[in-house]
Design a protein around this ligand. Sequence first.
Ligand code: 13P
Ligand code: SF4
Length: 303
Amino acid sequence: MIKNIQEEILRLKKEKNCCILAHSYVAKEITEIADFVGDSFQLSAAAEKVDNNMILFCGVHFMAETAKLLSPDKKVVLAAPQAGCPMAEQFTPEEVEAFRKEHPDYAVVSYINTTAALKCVTDVCVTSASALNVVGNMEEQNILFIPDINLGSYVKENFPEKNIVLWNGGCPIHGKMKAEDAIKAKKLHPDALLLVHPECPPEVCKEADYIGSTGGIMKYVDEHEHKEYIIGTEISIAELLSYKYPDRCFYPMHKGLICADMKETTLMDVYKALLGTGGLEIEMSKEYVEKASGCIRRMLELN
Ligand code: 13P
Ligand code: SF4
């Protein structure tokens, strides 16, 4: 049954001249039929280069918005309309504007996990993969970093010479990890290397052998021969790596590392979005695209 629907999706995708972009955290039956699978940075870079008429995004709302901002002339559809990232709405544009008024000498750096409205008041966006390069290449010394306090702390630690102000937001999934979770996993698997996402708190990152984005973690495994790994990010990554390297072992750091929003997208959502009976088309005026896309383009230039 799954295979039949996948085949029908592949047929419709061709007929509609559609490119399917999927974040690595979505279900495997979807990543199997996607044209491109990756982390937030890789997907932004891919969205900018798509030459199909339509982009069907399998992930969460801010990601489809980002694709629209980078490819405004394409039809961009989010397969599961209800899939959102809780972190994206933790602050409002008004709060950022108020900070700017009081601190005109600060640049606003936003994690890409923000709404398009927040991007309108942002100077530069970062993803977890690009944050160090982008902040390192910025001339500004005074930075407000929103919304993820954990990714922000990781950046701050790498640039002690910069004055980085953090606000207290973050990912409810990675952010609830504790040092004890990392220590417990390492005790259980003493020969394994611990690879963690910088959305995890600093005390978890301190236990890690490597800290990096989803794509960074996968690349680390590609480039090392080590046989056992504890994966400190969303559970799909341990699963994807297990399929890719069946002779190695990948243990999730914690069984609670499941993003319900990333699991919202079903194969039927993809099918219905292609049929035109489901999904959410992302629509924005030309002026809005101009206002909100500058910070993403600046990220691509500075990375
Ligand atoms: P990356 O895709 O940058 O690794 O971020 C993970 C994540 O939580 C996306 O929402
Ligand atoms: Fe948002 Fe966290 Fe889910 Fe990523 S894993 S979409 S940051 S809630």
